[in-house]
Design a protein around this ligand. Structure first.
Ligand code: ZN
Length: 157
């Protein structure tokens, strides 16, 4: 994926690299089993203030992988495909999701230590991103149960 910025814009090699990237992104999107799910719960990155450290870090990581793509563009693509597939796309504000224990709900900045999440209250230990995505799913489910009762087949990204 880092091949793109070494090519001359407009050259054949550049176009080929862009094509390869689009193929890769489409493959990621296709892996989401839209036919089997009713709801997608996504972290709403648009709620993150512009130019914050988190936004910069996320976009930097994204740009290095998917030249000229940003996380919000990928989300838009997923939303488009969800609409086509009749899947409800639920956006969740990511506040505190990386500091909250997905098991007991305890919130503390020190719960998070780089890649590893370790709860200061119950000792639950897991990958930081995985813990955050569980929190996003839990928030999504809590909001849905208020609105729609029980739902089956949720996927969290
Ligand atoms: Zn805990």
């Amino acid at each position: 994926m880092n091949k793109i910025h070494r090519k001359q814009p407009g050259s054949k090699a550049f176009k080929r690299a862009l094509k390869e990237r689009d193929y890769y992104i489409n493959r990621i999107v296709k892996e989401i089993p839209l036919a089997e799910v009713k709801t997608l719960v996504l972290e709403n990155i648009k709620d993150i203030k512009k130019n914050t450290r988190k936004e910069k870090k996320l976009n930097k990581e994204f740009r290095s992988k998917f030249q000229r793509w940003t996380y919000s563009k990928l989300i838009s693509r997923i939303q488009q495909l969800s609409e086509v597939g009749g899947v409800h796309c639920q956006m969740i504000a990511p506040a505190y999701t990386s500091q909250t224990c997905s098991k007991c709900g305890f919130v503390h900045t020190l719960n998070r230590n780089g890649e590893i999440f370790k709860c200061r209250q119950c000792g639950y230990t897991l990958d930081t991103d995985y813990n955050a995505s569980l929190n996003i799913l839990n928030l999504g489910l809590a909001q849905q149960s208020m609105v729609a009762g029980n739902m089956k087949g949720n996927v969290c990204l």
